[in-house]
Design a protein around this ligand. Structure first.
Ligand SMILES: Nc1ncnc2c1ncn2[C@@H]1O[C@H](COP(=O)(O)OP(=O)(O)OP(=O)(O)O)[C@@H](O)[C@H]1O
Length: 679
């Protein structure tokens, strides 16, 4: 089993210390809206953060690898979480520490710190410099800012924009300064301020650009290579994400800069999605969805490590909670957010889809004894080039997810899956959250895929009905970039062994959209064949099934094939198959597809009708001929005269011209006659 320290993605939470005014408003300055459950104290491998805001009539729980409380300073987070990563950097692996959270949740305080309390990046640099000296390595740094998805070099006087290039599979940051650092004083000067003449420039740029941005520090450990060029051994990234804010709420509040908020949120989701994908070992990791993920690409996958710290405000903050839910969800590559509502409300299917999908876990403490696992994930927002609905389907359940869901579905099903109105609002407000569906009594779904509009689906075994439900979700993005999900649920038919017959057809919605499932098409063909077969007079049926179909060739040799085509169309709107020349229908069937075989049979039936009609003209008595529509006394007499000259004057429909019947009349006659036969 992989030790938690060896996990490639680790997700922890950090409760920010209270500010003076916050301490005043609460009795003891402690956090009252969240409680943290650590089953094994400081050695817990998983802790549960529970929302305990009574007034909200709801309780939500989220699992993370650990939660640092208010009284635990940056030094504690550093020594437990960051320091172990540093030794790996010297061994050639990269590490990335990401601070996410709502505005004012203490991200910068944790990463950068203050004069009073050093941030984890600063503490890391102390260690890196020390080890580098020991090992004879070189240390350098880059410092960048991302504003409106553009990267700027913070160590450059002019704040040059950085281009992200990819060459030979490696990301190159063109225009990003990499400055050698030999001491903490140098580092502090570059990273923590007092950048001399730059201050004025900073103010000018700050006035021009939206104030909120992501900030990133890269610490490089290098060895001196040939020609004294530095060869990077490993690097450590510290990313201080801009605070998350609900763009819709801001726009309701009439605030400006909503576009900037959306852009920031978009890149937060993109990063969360990358972390999720890496954790879930997905083949495709959506690095290309933001500049930030592109920039970090070389430090995230493979043997590299990610530490995601979800910072939490001490006073109730919906945005903080949402960020925690996303962090929790991407922490295991499956969703681990747990929710427990105390208020039962009914809701529409659509609302069911828009809230977190829940199933029950066994709780280990009294106030969280009823937990419901939410297994959904955030998805990157990826606007299509046009607003057209570029629909895309992805299979959502990997093997692990399926197994897990099976297991979960065996847990109690009677737990209500209701949510408070506020929760609903929260989740509906949650941009970029992939929203799971719940089939009653089934385990939850994991969704995917990120497009302006997309479809997601999952197969959900239902422990009660023993059926498998195919759940599709139409995910579209509203103008705020929030996903809206429309659920479509289908119960898949089962064969006698209890296997879902059409499962494979539901695995890709493309099957649904491009063409019907194969089984449906075969069924349709089969029905057509049956109805054609049984509505055909026995003589024709026998002829078709047992005799040769050489008449096809005969007919195709006629001059006016359009006549035949039209007659055929009257019988059945299927193109006659004329390629095969065989007398053995079974043989044909053996090397033709069912569709081709059906076509041949179908054409054969039609040809037989024509053949029988001509045979009738060649053999019937005068009175019988006159029973045919379009043949009166004169024509019947003429037909008999022709038969005296030739034993078989009518070999094909064209020969009907000999009795003064035009092509048009032939068509009409056949319509009348054939119609009569099939009536
Ligand atoms: N552990 C702490 N103890 C005391 N005060 C703190 C702590 N963490 C943060 N603060 C204070 O909280 C305020 C917000 O912190 P900070 O600026 O780090 O938040 P942020 O999440 O980076 O905000 P933004 O999203 O706006 O960038 C600051 O005044 C900071 O000094």
């Amino acid at each position: 089993m992989v030790s938690i320290r060896d996990r490639k993605v680790r997700v922890v939470a950090k409760l920010r210390g209270s500010l003076a005014k916050e301490a005043e408003s609460s009795k003891d300055g402690s956090v009252s809206w969240l409680s943290v459950y650590k089953p094994k104290g400081e050695d817990s491998e998983t802790v549960t953060v529970t929302l305990v805001e009574q007034s909200l009539s709801r309780r939500e729980c989220y699992e993370v690898d650990f939660c640092y409380e208010q009284n635990q300073g940056n030094d504690v987070i550093y020594s437990r979480e960051v320091k172990p990563l540093i030794s790996r950097v010297f061994e050639g692996h990269n590490a990335t520490v990401i601070a996410c959270g709502a505005r004012g949740s203490g991200k910068s305080y944790m990463i950068q710190g203050t004069e009073e309390e050093l941030g984890i990046a600063v503490l890391a640099m102390v260690e890196v410099l020390s080890v580098a000296e020991e090992k004879g390595k070189l240390v350098s740094m880059s410092f960048y800012e991302i504003v409106q998805d553009r990267v700027y070099d913070m160590l450059d006087q002019k704040r040059q924009e950085v281009s992200i290039l990819e060459a030979h599979g490696k990301i190159q940051l063109k225009g990003l300064s990499q400055v050698r650092v030999a001491s903490m004083a140098e580092f502090q000067k570059l990273y923590c301020g007092d950048r001399g003449g730059m201050r004025k420039l900073d103010q000018k740029i700050a006035a021009e650009l939206p104030s909120r941005s992501h900030k990133g520090l890269i610490i490089y450990v290098s060895s001196c290579g040939e020609n004294e060029n530095d060869v990077v051994v490993g690097k450590m990234n510290f990313v201080d994400l801009a605070g998350y804010e609900d763009a819709r709420r801001k726009s309701r509040d009439g605030q400006t800069c909503v576009e900037n908020i959306k852009m920031i949120n978009k890149s937060i989701y993109a990063l969360q999605n990358v972390v999720y994908s890496l954790k879930a070992n997905e083949v495709h990791v959506p690095y290309r969805e933001s500049k930030l993920t592109r920039l970090l690409q070389g430090s995230l996958g493979g043997t590299n490590r990610i530490l995601l710290v979800s910072c939490l405000n001490p006073s109730f903050c919906q945005d903080s909670l949402y960020m925690l839910s996303l962090a929790s969800r991407c922490g295991q590559g499956t969703n681990r957010a747990i929710s427990d509502s105390t208020k039962k409300i009914s809701r529409s299917v659509r609302n069911m889809a828009s809230i977190s999908h829940k199933s029950r876990l066994h709780g280990s403490s009294s106030n969280i004894s009823k937990k419901q696992a939410v297994r959904s994930m955030p998805f990157p927002e990826k606007k299509a080039a046009t607003n057209s609905s570029a629909l895309k389907t992805r299979k959502l359940f990997d093997k692990t997810g399926q197994l897990k869901s099976d297991k979960m579905s065996s847990l109690d099903n009677d737990l209500a899956t209701e949510h408070s109105t506020q929760e609903e609002e929260m989740t509906s407000n949650t941009a970029k959250q992939a929203l799971p569906l719940k089939a009653e009594g089934s385990s939850p779904l994991v969704l995917q895929d990120p497009k302006s509009t997309s479809f997601s689906e999952a197969l959900v075994p239902n422990s009660i009905t023993n059926e498998t439900t195919a759940c599709f979700q139409e995910i579209s993005h509203n103008e705020d970039g929030h996903e809206e999900v429309t659920p479509i649920t289908k119960v898949l038919p089962k064969d006698k062994n209890g296997e879902n017959m059409d499962k494979e057809n539901y695995n890709s919605l493309d099957n649904q959209r491009v063409s019907p499932p194969i089984s449906a098409r075969l069924q349709e063909l089969s029905n057509n064949l049956k109805s054609l077969y049984f509505s055909t007079p026995t003589t024709y049926r026998d002829t078709t099934m047992t005799n040769d179909i050489s008449v096809l060739d005969e007919v195709s040799l006629t001059n006016d094939t359009s006549v035949f085509d039209e007659i055929s169309t009257l019988l059945e709107p299927v193109t006659p198959h004329r390629g095969a020349k065989t007398n053995d229908a079974q043989e044909v069937a053996s090397f033709c597809s069912p569709w081709e075989t059906f076509n041949m049979h179908n054409s054969g039936v039609k040809d037989s009708v024509v053949k029988e009609y001509l045979k009738f003209l060649n053999t019937a008595k005068k009175e019988e001929l006159k029973k045919l529509k379009g043949i009166g006394e004169k024509r019947a007499t003429y037909i008999l005269e022709l038969r005296e000259d030739s034993p078989e004057p009518f070999k094909n429909l064209d020969d009907l011209k000999d009795i003064g019947v035009s092509a048009k009349q032939v068509k009409r006659m056949m319509r009348q006659e054939v119609g009569g036969i099939f009536d």
